[in-house]
Design a protein around this ligand. Structure first.
Ligand code: ADP
Ligand code: ASP
Ligand code: MG
Length: 452
């Protein structure tokens, strides 16, 4: 039985962090760990910026970005090998950066960047970080090895947000990855990236390394999927928004999935599903404080409070659709939702009134097109730049008064929409985006900072 250990960008940001990662992986060697790494620090952001600059013909800007990324990797290599990285590693890194430079030149020349090319560029972050880390780790653990995630993470061809083909992933993992596992050896592989049927590199969407870890963990039947990051677990709210937020010891799969879906960036929203299906616990831990607190996510949580945590997501847009025909016509909602289905637009929250229905959609939804499609049969008003603040808890459903307390805490805010999730573990409000952080803080104070 293996353990999957995923380390995020800040956990592999420089040589010092990578040494710490190596220490943690070394401790896990008896368990045949699979190590899933993100790109170093904010490398992925830099690669996106560089590609965009090259596309706009600003090759000098793209090169500056690429130079900074290269410098970060070469400096980390020197730091890891006491100033003398193996020649082969240096050459390998240099070669990858030369290739990148040629890609940017091509972009500038052609003025064209397909999602497929963008994936090939973005994937380099993870390919570089794992090459570097694996080279270093092999010096400490010679039987350990680098593994190309694209051999097993088979996805569709939706570049930029590819969907894994779960059955195929399982078969490939069992055929190609599982046989490599043994006590005393770590397999170092990439998060975020995969390949489609034709072999083209794909990515699972931003923050997707968590998802990679749970996919691999589920396919392997791992004992545990560990998400190592820069916080001591999943907190009662993003600690950047609520200074007094605390780590939660235990969360249910449903709560964690809900929090991730409603903006708790600590987990990619798709991370939980594979773990649920394989019934594997997911833990969230602090790379630099491994002996500190952490969160365990599993089937049932033993927590006793009605509200487990609060999350926030935005921007979203609210569409309010009004028609007197809603009263008479049974098919009205079906017709309305057909508009969204036809365009592949997912609706997050829905609240209905007698003659109107309000819905939220992601910021990138094709608003003009939606309004044009709805207008022939109903009035459609759009409110842009809103945010959802969600109060999540497994015991919301049988704890009376939570909504009243939430609304009381929000008395001074203009709440535009209120929705209880159908699974009854999520109470969401919609407000102006600029008001959302303060609303989250007010809710956090009410439910978690009683002494204040
Ligand atoms: P990584 O690079 O390791 O994947 P992320 O930046 O994606 O790390 O996720 C960790 C960050 O998630 C934290 O620094 C924190 O600001 C943010 N975050 C948002 N909501 C929560 C929450 N409820 N609990 C903990 N962290 C949260
Ligand atoms: N490196 C990718 C990103 O920044 C994936 C990840 O870190 O999870 O989005
Ligand atoms: Mg992340």
């Amino acid at each position: 039985m293996s353990v999957v250990m995923k380390f995020g960008g800040s956990s592999v940001a420089d040589a010092e962090c990578m040494r710490q990662v190596a220490t943690l992986v070394e401790r896990a060697l008896p368990e045949a760990p699979v190590v899933v790494l993100s790109a170093m620090g904010k490398t992925t952001d830099a690669l996106f910026r560089a590609a965009r600059a090259a596309l706009e013909g600003r090759l000098d800007v793209a090169r500056e970005e690429a130079k900074a990324v290269a410098a970060r990797h070469h400096e980390a290599a020197r730091g890891l090998f006491d100033g003398q990285p193996p020649e082969e590693l240096e050459r390998g890194l240099a070669q990858r950066f030369d290739e990148l430079d040629r890609i940017f030149q091509g972009l500038a020349l052609l003025g064209e960047l397909s999602p497929r090319s963008m994936d090939a560029i973005a994937a380099r972050g993870e390919l570089l970080s794992t090459t570097l880390f694996a080279a270093y780790f092999r010096a400490r653990s010679p039987h350990s090895q680098w593994f190309d995630a694209r051999e097993v993470v088979r996805t569709d061809s939706a570049h930029g947000s590819a969907q894994p083909r779960v059955e195929l992933v399982r078969a490939l993992v069992r055929g190609k990855l599982a046989p490599l596992l043994r006590a005393g050896r770590a397999i170092v592989t990439q998060g975020y990236i995969g390949a489609d049927e034709s072999g083209a590199t794909t990515t699972l969407g931003r923050g997707g390394s968590d998802w990679s870890a749970s996919l691999l963990g589920a396919a392997l039947g791992a004992r545990e999927v560990q998400i190592w990051t820069d916080v001591e677990g999943v907190y009662t709210a993003d600690p950047r928004l609520a200074a007094r937020a605390e780590p939660i010891a235990e969360l249910s799969f449903a709560e964690a999935a809900e929090l991730a879906a409603f903006g708790a960036k600590v987990l990619h929203p798709a991370t939980i599903q594979p773990a649920v299906e394989a019934d594997i616990p997911v833990t969230v831990r602090h790379t630099l404080r491994p002996a500190g607190r952490f969160t365990t996510i599993r089937g049932q949580s033993s927590g006793a409070r009605a509200v487990t945590a609060i999350a926030m997501r935005g921007p979203v847009h609210v569409l309010t659709v009004t028609s007197s025909r809603m009263l008479a016509q049974a098919g009205f909602l079906a017709r309305l939702f057909e508009v969204f289905r036809e365009r592949g637009v997912s609706v997050d929250l829905v609240a209905t009134a007698e003659v109107s229905v309000s819905l939220t959609v992601e910021a990138d939804a094709p608003l003009d097109d939606l309004v044009a499609a709805i207008s022939p049969f109903a009035r459609c008003d759009v409110s842009r730049d809103r945010a959802i603040v969600a109060v999540v808890g497994e015991r919301l459903r049988n704890t009376p008064g939570v909504s009243a307390r939430a609304l009381d805490a929000l008395a001074s805010f203009h709440v535009e929409m209120l929705s209880m999730g159908a699974n009854e573990i999520n109470l969401s409000v919609v407000l102006e985006r600029s008001a959302a952080p303060a609303a989250l803080a007010a809710l956090h104070a009410r439910f978690f900072e009683r002494a204040s």
